[in-house]
Design a protein around this ligand. Structure first.
Ligand code: EPZ
Length: 424
């Protein structure tokens, strides 16, 4: 497995471009199974999760090609209704196959996804949604088995005790687009990635109103056609770059950082007196040469609230604030695997239930640390940039799942970073 060796203290300077959004690509790849026509996807990031999703849809019978960087062509003329266990069990997001298989074939068998380090990953709301559409759904042999011969549009409420469900909303929208009648989803996820998937479905001929809002209305159509779709920029990567530039006291222009998708995070950074400037609706400039961060209190919430996928990155940055910050995690209360690793670098963070109490400003020192999940890996890099000395981040396959060439982009900005192949 690869590791990243990062020398702290190097300033970041220059421009970086944000890649396409991972969390839009995964349901979008699944959505190509809704038609037997060719779909052309552009601005697709080069991520292991994306390559994996391509492998899964190909294993199900689609013709998949990657003719050039960022471009994927998928033609699902004939597909199987069974998502292969040996593939699906490795990536939770493959649960997004449930909706399109149900809609296209009126039956589906998708392996129940496992949990992961950030917490249990239940799918009860996905199942509730399909049952509301008149599907028979049983759990057999570790699979979710769907019989959708009697599926038709209906009303469904998708709110759970942690708010709505992103991939659950994607699944029910993808099932409903080919269901006879009208479906109204209440408490739908409003994440921009779901809205981007809906935009692609509309391009295929789906009739969807209210995408990106809590109430989504879908009028079923008999068939969908192919389309060409350009994936929106990744707001989580953009937020990660802001935190990295701030931690490294850099001067960085982040291109593709959409202000309209980062409102809650930018509000927190404003309260922290993090020196960023909105250069345009699609670019943010950070000049952190004289940064003096203030502590903040914040809570993760469903979109448009503070995204849980930026919680670890903010936690790492707040070790450099003068005072005590409190971050509370309401989506995945256990999403703090990065904390013990940061403490090994000299951070002063105490867990208190779903909250992390971060006492800054800490003098971080480089150390060997281990990545545990995708966003925790980013937090370790942020800390390494602010630390004195060398940090070796091991198991960065976690990082490669969700960030396209982050080490190359960091090096291009002047960071002293080296990828060590097969380090352990
Ligand atoms: C999506 O996961 C993202 N992944 C996650 O990003 C992100 O953290 C999460 O949404 C929340 O924003 C993709 O889009 C591929 P949820 P998803 O269903 O859809 C509970 C990253 O780092 N819940 O919105 O699996 C659940 O336990 C990844 O890029 C139920 O109770 O998340 C959680 O507490 C990590 N029942 C909350 O809802 C359900 O049926 C939100 O889950 C489904 C979810």
């Amino acid at each position: 497995m690869d590791s990243l060796l990062i020398k702290g203290g190097s300033k970041l300077e220059g421009e970086v471009s944000v890649a396409g959004a991972k969390n839009a690509c995964l349901p979008i790849f699944a959505a190509t199974l809704l038609t037997d026509q060719k779909c052309v996807l552009k601005n697709v990031p080069d991520l292991s999760d994306v390559r994996f999703m391509a492998e899964i849809v190909a294993a199900m019978g689609a013709e998949v090609s990657n003719p050039s960087k960022g471009v994927w062509e998928i033609e699902a003329k004939k597909i199987s209704h069974i998502a292969p266990y040996e593939l699906v069990r490795k990536m939770r997001a493959s649960i997004c196959l449930l909706g399109p298989l149900t809609a296209r074939l009126r039956k589906a068998e998708v392996s129940l996804p496992g949990g992961c380090v950030i917490g249990a990953r239940p799918v009860d709301l996905h199942i509730k949604g399909l049952r509301a559409l008149g599907c028979k759904v049983e759990i057999e042999r570790g699979f979710i088995c769907v019989d959708a011969r009697k599926m038709r549009g209906s009303q469904v409420y998708l709110g759970g005790r942690f708010g709505s469900t992103v991939t659950g909303t994607a699944n029910i929208v993808m099932a409903a687009v080919l269901a006879p009648g009208t479906t109204v989803i209440e408490n739908a996820a409003c994440e921009p990635e779901v809205a981007d998937m809906c935009k692609m479905l509309s391009g295929m001929g789906a009739i969807i109103e209210g995408a990106g809002s809590p109430t989504v209305t879908i009028t079923g159509v008999p068939k969908l056609g192919g389309t060409e779709h350009t994936v929106l920029p990744d707001r989580i990567e953009a937020g990660t770059w802001i935190a990295m530039a701030a931690a490294a006291k850099g001067k960085v222009l982040i291109k593709g950082a959409l202000k309209k998708h980062l409102g809650s995070f930018l509000d927190i950074l404003e309260r922290a007196e993090c020196p960023f400037e909105i250069k345009s609706p699609t670019s943010i400039y950070v000049d952190a040469s004289n940064i003096k961060l203030k502590p903040v209190e914040c809570t993760t919430l469903p979109y448009p609230g503070f995204p849980t996928d930026l919680q670890a990155q903010l936690g790492a940055l707040m070790t450099q604030a003068d005072g005590i910050s409190v971050i509370t995690e309401r989506i995945y209360p256990e999403r703090y695997m990065y904390v013990p690793e940061l403490c090994r670098m000299g951070a002063n963070i105490v867990r208190e239930g779903p909250s992390a109490i971060i006492s800054g400003k800490s003098k971080l020192s480089g150390a060997p640390v281990m990545a545990s999940d995708l966003r925790a890996s980013a937090a370790l890099i942020i800390a390494a940039l602010a630390a004195k000395g060398d940090t070796l981040v091991s198991r960065i396959y976690h990082l490669d799942r969700g960030y396209d060439s982050i080490d190359k982009k960091l090096a291009a900005l002047g960071a002293k970073v080296e990828r060590i192949k097969n380090a352990d």
